[in-house]
Ligand binder design. Structure first.
Ligand code: GAR
Length: 209
């Protein structure tokens, strides 16, 4: 049985698209499937992308705060996810901090992609933080979500070089190329039972992703 994956996103949804595309390949279909999409932002393009693929997508707004989910909204998220028998919650450009209601409903089963090499440059616009700081490499990190901000156990990372003529825009574009490659592969590894946790170290059977 394919792993039931839900994707949460606030924006364009290019990561959603790469995951959906990956698991629509004939030899990957039975590994994982996206069962639903939730966005907190009206008219976020991720919703349209999902509907074009006939994947149920819903807007569940959250008006109480700008950067986190309030518990009333979070309970609605959990209910919707449970309605689709979600087994893995994938944050893909979801710009709110998720709190206990969701994390306790899916213990160790919420993952996020962050556009920097954690633990550097947590928080927002991490590619810009990397550019402003002047580091020569950055990248992306897929991690298990815990109650901190971008602090959970790291599953996979990809490195992107920053060259002198790079701009904020080109750095983020280069990071996204890596994101689109690594995120579906992480989901596949989880679905195949290759990912286990020892304290805060993620052990990957068969080697790094
Ligand atoms: C991605 O680059 C993702 O890493 C980042 O938002 C972008 C979403 O793009 N996430 C964060 O910054 C989370 N703090 P997408 O909507 O095209 O997938």
């Amino acid at each position: 049985m394919a792993l039931k994956v839900a994707v949460l996103g606030s924006g364009s949804g290019t990561n959603f698209e790469s995951i959906a595309e990956y698991f629509s390949q004939e030899d990957k279909k039975n590994i994982a499937e996206i069962v639903c999409v939730i966005s907190d932002i009206p008219n976020a393009y991720i919703i349209e992308r999902a509907r074009k693929r006939n994947i149920p997508a819903v807007l569940i707004p959250c008006t109480a705060y700008k950067t986190k989910l309030d518990s009333e909204a979070e309970i609605k998220y959990v209910d919707y996810l449970k309605d689709y028998d979600t087994e893995l919650v994938v944050l893909a450009g979801f710009m709110r901090i998720v709190k206990d209601d969701l994390l306790l409903a899916f213990p160790g089963r919420v993952i996020n992609i962050h556009p920097a090499l954690l633990p550097s440059f947590r928080g927002l616009k991490s590619w810009q933080q990397a550019y402003d700081y002047g580091v020569k490499v950055t990248g992306c990190t897929v991690h298990i979500v815990d109650s901190g901000i971008d602090t959970g156990p790291i599953i996979a990372q990809r490195v992107v070089e920053i060259l002198s003529d790079d701009t904020n825009k080109t750095i983020h574009e280069n990071i996204q190329v890596e994101e689109h490659d690594v995120y579906p592969k992480v989901i596949e590894a989880i679905a195949l039972g290759r990912v286990t946790l020892e304290k805060r170290r993620v052990i990957l059977k068969g080697g790094n992703i």
